[in-house]
Design a protein around this ligand. Structure first.
Ligand code: HPA
Length: 234
């Protein structure tokens, strides 16, 4: 099956897919956690792999950064490749002082100023929810693995470099505990296409304390959220 952005053999993509932003993180997950791995996409180097985790099938593929990019890939995967569940695994900046570097966040809802939903389906909304069923499965998986998680609303931003980096309005008025750049588009596509979506994040930097992780740490150290998400292989 060929779409403009994905070229995968028929039946090669599992019904459940993990999507890190970085395609090299997808390769890292496949190399580290999966067996019997086949590569299912290399268009634009947006690498994807299908393999087994504890004997259960799962696909892991990069989404790229930002809502336009995850919007394209998630739409094609849901609509043309029979994917039912997408779990984004990414990084976020902390708005809340209660979040430390490397903490794991399960996203309940995404708030955004983005026009993604308006343009994509005509829905004029600013808040979209994750699938409650998937979130319950992820919460149960985290408990089984003894990994603590924070659950809360996240800010899906269109802008990484803001001239006015005052995040306190979004933290206080919109109740967002952190910021990333993809969930709102993913949740919109799942809703429009009748599919399921969820998002687990690892805190990579704090807008409160200005602590940061390095790119190298980010590629390899985010294993807690990967292990939780991989439990949903089926
Ligand atoms: N802003 C937006 N997205 C992010 C950030 C941030 O500070 N950190 C990780 N993803």
């Amino acid at each position: 099956m060929n779409t403009p952005h994905i070229n995968a053999p028929d039946g090669a993509i599992a019904k459940t897919i993990l999507m890190p932003g970085d395609p090299l993180r997808a390769k890292y997950i496949a190399d580290t956690f999966l067996t019997d791995v086949i590569q299912i996409n290399e268009v634009r180097n947006m690498f994807g792999y299908t393999g087994n985790y504890n004997g259960k099938r799962i696909t892991v593929m990069g989404s790229g950064m930002g809502m336009p990019s995850i919007g394209i890939y998630s739409y094609e995967l849901y609509k043309f490749f029979g994917v039912e569940k997408i779990i984004r695994i990414g990084s976020c900046g902390a708005y809340s002082p209660e979040l430390d570097l490397y903490d794991t966040v399960l996203v309940s809802e995404a708030y955004s100023e983005s026009t993604y939903a308006l343009v994509q389906s005509g829905e004029n909304c600013n808040v979209l929810a994750a699938s409650p069923v998937l979130n319950k499965e992820l919460e149960d998986a985290a408990k089984r693995l003894n990994i603590p998680i924070h659950t809360g609303r996240i800010h899906s931003s269109d802008v990484f470099y803001r001239e006015n980096p005052d995040f306190t309005v979004i933290f206080e008025k919109h109740n967002c505990i952190g910021v990333e750049m993809e969930s709102f588009a993913l949740f919109n596509n799942a809703k429009v296409l009748g599919k399921q979506a969820a998002c687990l994040l690892t805190v990579s930097d704090s807008l409160v304390t200005h602590k940061v992780t390095t790119a190298e740490e980010r590629q390899t150290a985010f294993t807690n959220m990967m292990k939780i998400a991989l439990e949903l292989a089926e």
